[in-house]
Each structure stands twice: as C-alpha cells, then as structure tokens.
Design a protein around this ligand. Structure first.
Ligand SMILES: Cc1cc2nc3c(=O)[nH]c(=O)nc-3n(C[C@H](O)[C@H](O)[C@H](O)COP(=O)(O)OP(=O)(O)OC[C@H]3O[C@@H](n4cnc5c(N)ncnc54)[C@H](O)[C@@H]3O)c2cc1C
Length: 301
C-alpha cells in the first residue's frame, strides 16, 4: 500500500499552523503521530492534499499537574502518558489506559490530541476523558476555546472541531481523596481496538457512600457514552456487590449498540454489563470501599 501524493508543511508556531489550515480548508489535515491518519490515507479513505505537521510546534508536548487539574498537551505521546510519574500520581486512570492502546510502536508515535481529534468510539483516551468529564482545549483563528468532552464528541469519527481548529490540550480533574477508578475492556487480540470497554470513577464519603459516580462505555455507540441511569443508582449508596450488580444491569439496559462484523448487538450489550461490573468493582476497591481487591490498573480480556 502506498500513500497518495500530498504536500507536506511543517509550521513552527500554532498561528502558522492555523493560517495554513485556513488557507487550504478541507484539503488540509493536521498530522500528529500519523497512527490513524496515515493508515486511512493508505487505504484510500482519506485524501488530503496538504498535511500540516504540528510536531515541530513547541509547547504542545507538556504535561502540567497542579492540585486540581492535569493538563496534557496535544502532542504528548501515549507512551509518555504511560510513564510520566506526575501524570500517574495526578490521574492514574489515564496512565493505566495508555498501555491498552495498540502496541509499543503505536504508543511511541500516537498522541493524546490525535486520539481526541480522530474520535474513534473504541479508543481509550476519549473513554477516560468522557468518564472524567474532561475539557478539550482548542485554538483556531478566532482564538482559544474550551470544549467539554461531552460536547466535543459529536458522532463516529466526528468532533466539534472547526475547520481550522487545532486541539492544544486535554484538561482532566486530578484524583481527589477517596476517589477510585476501574478500567476493563474486551479485545479479540492483544493490540486490537477494544470491542467493548468500560471506565468507572467513584468517589466515596467518610461513611463509604458514593458521592460521585461516572461510568463510561466505549464500543457501544458512535462515541464513548456516560451511563446516567447506572450513575443515579450508585449515588448515595454503599457500593456493595448488590449495588454494583444493579448498576451493571442498568448499563446493559441503557446501551443500544448495533451489530457489526466484530460482534452482534446482543453480545456487545452483554459485554458492556460485564466490563462495567469489573470496572466498578475495581473503582470501589481503589476508593477504599467494601468491594474486593482492585487488582491491576486495567483489566483486559
Ligand atoms: C496498529 C494500530 C493499533 C491501534 N490501536 C489502538 C487502540 O487500541 N486504541 C486506541 O485508542 N488507538 C489505537 N490506535 C490509534 C492510535 O491511538 C493513534 O495514535 C490515535 O488514534 C491518533 O493519534 P495520532 O497522533 O497518531 O493522530 P494522527 O493519525 O496524526 O491524526 C488523526 C486525526 O486527528 C487529526 N489530528 C491529530 N492531531 C490533531 C490536533 N492536535 N488537532 C486537530 N486535529 C488533529 C488529524 O488531522 C487526523 O484527522 C492504533 C493505531 C494503529 C496503527
């Protein structure tokens, strides 16, 4: 397979990149890690005439963590997410999600901003960002704007990014006291995109009751989805096995996947329940609740 011809430009500043994107309109695409865009081009599914390589723009590869939030620059590679100690301390759920992405070669090139902009419904970064209620920072000709993640993902491979806008960072809330998380995903082979994935984030009060509950499921719709029914069942409750089973049942009832070549709708629905239950069990254990041991950061089966 060969890449179709294209013009390559490597701006040194964000303003220059935005100007190039404006100038070339629909014919231009941002190039970050190239791990999604280049395969699409080789398959003939994307044919941009101009690639705007943002890798040389300084400042987009920073990880900044203060007390309340973590800011992950768009050019931060998945491998850096996996290994950066500050990020792991402040946002362990994202750090644990990174090793689930593809393989080590993909993780050394692929970026957080690219994963967000590509918006694959089974991708790990959008899943975790959705569960955490993160914010996507973008910049365009009109200046900078913050987009809440639930508004950023518009559908299958579709986002709220404007034509000449660039993702500059992902902002996530830092882990609070008595907050726990769990990740679980089903893959056909190691390195594949998940068939179904789940991320749960729970916060407990001093008495062990849920004060915060977020459950996101990937692979069951056009983008990762929050399970509001399950979350409502958890709030105010002691998250014992019965409560978690009920919440997982609610996930199964709430998702409406479609059948495709990888899995039937029924199988995806059943697996959404299983993955949600595993993620919830791990989240409770990490938050110091009464469920069983958390085990590894992320469970893959
Ligand atoms: C073999 C293989 C296995 C993979 N497995 C997984 C997996 O299991 N889970 C997973 O989540 N991903 C997986 N991926 C995809 C990988 O995570 C990519 O890194 C990611 O989807 C895109 O990031 P990128 O930096 O490579 O983006 P690119 O491929 O460079 O770009 C992707 C899209 O985003 C746009 N874009 C990129 N950066 C920006 C930006 N800053 N602002 C605006 N638009 C931008 C591009 O124009 C393009 O449309 C896999 C890829 C491969 C090749």
């Amino acid at each position: 397979m060969y890449l179709p011809p294209f013009r390559y430009v490597a701006p040194r500043t964000l303003d220059e990149a935005i100007a190039l994107l404006r100038e070339h309109g629909d014919d231009a695409k941002v190039l970050a890690g190239g791990q999604s865009l280049l395969p699409l081009m080789m398959l003939g599914l994307a044919r941009p005439g101009v690639l705007v390589d943002v890798n040389g723009i300084p400042g987009l590869d920073r990880i900044e963590a203060d007390g309340d939030a973590v800011r992950v620059g768009a050019l931060v590679r998945h491998r850096a997410v996996e290994t950066d100690p500050r990020l792991r301390a402040a946002c362990p759920v994202l750090a644990d999600a990174a090793p689930l992405i593809g393989n080590i070669r993909v993780r050394h090139r692929g970026t957080v901003g690219g994963s967000l902009a590509h918006a694959d419904p089974a991708a790990e970064v959008p899943l975790v960002a959705t569960a955490l209620g993160a914010t996507v920072e973008v910049r365009g000709a009109g200046g900078a704007r913050d987009i809440p993640v639930h508004e950023f993902f518009r559908g299958y491979l579709e986002t709220a990014l404007g034509p000449a806008e660039v993702v500059t960072a992902l902002r996530l809330p830092a882990r609070g006291p008595r907050m726990g998380y769990g990740l679980a995903e089903l893959v056909r082979r190691s390195g594949d995109f998940a068939t179904v994935s789940a991320c749960a984030v729970l916060g407990l009060d001093g008495g062990g009751r849920c004060t915060h509950a977020a459950v996101a499921i990937g692979g069951v719709g056009p983008s990762a989805l929050r399970m509001r029914g399950a979350e409502r069942l958890l709030i105010g409750q002691l998250p014992g096995d019965r409560t978690l089973d009920d919440a997982a049942d609610a996930v199964r009832a709430e998702v409406a996947p479609e059948s495709d070549v990888h899995a039937s709708a029924d199988y995806r629905r059943a697996m959404a329940r299983v993955m949600a239950r595993r993620a919830l069990g791990a989240a409770v254990a990490r938050a110091g609740g009464e469920s069983r041991a958390a085990g590894p950061g992320a469970v893959r089966s």
